[in-house]
Design a protein around this ligand. Structure first.
Ligand code: ZN
Length: 149
């Protein structure tokens, strides 16, 4: 099995049944992300412990790419501080924009989310892939702004 097949298996598994797709009753923060061009509509829930992400989950619907991407985001940010999560978001966006291509850097920073790398060659799917990550960025920005007050 080559890498492309491994990647598409990871994506299919996450899109079909995600461990992270469920309501979170004790969420400290939720944010909706919407991608009108495809119809993807997600609500991201995070439980923060100080500035550390204790757990993450999502609800909503959308195409396989957006669902897989959101699930992979939740998986990869649990246990991280907001700053560490922001670094991950930056790396992910750079991968999707085709700016960061070093497989070792991507694998090490993003783990399984590297499976979305090929999206950088599919401009019409980019919005699907980055939706959850942009939504998380909104949270981090809000937190920072509030902390400065
Ligand atoms: Zn989509």
């Amino acid at each position: 099995m080559d890498l492309k097949q491994i990647y598409s298996q990871i994506l299919m598994q996450h899109a079909r049944s995600s461990d992270y797709k469920h309501p979170m009753e004790d969420a400290t923060w939720t944010e909706r992300g919407h991608n009108p061009s495809c119809g993807d509509d997600i609500t991201l829930s995070v439980k923060l412990d100080g500035d550390r992400i204790e757990k993450a989950a999502f609800e909503g619907h959308g195409c396989a790419i957006s669902m897989a991407s959101t699930s992979l985001l939740c998986e990869s940010i649990e246990g991280l501080t907001l700053e560490e999560a922001q670094n991950k978001v930056d790396c992910f966006l750079q991968m999707i924009m085709g700016e960061e291509k070093d497989p070792e850097v991507l694998e090490e920073t993003l783990g399984d989310a590297v499976a979305l790398q090929d999206i950088s060659h599919m401009p019409q799917r980019v919005k699907c892939a980055v939706l959850a990550w942009r939504t998380l960025e909104d949270l981090i920005r809000e937190k920072k702004e509030n902390a400065g007050k």
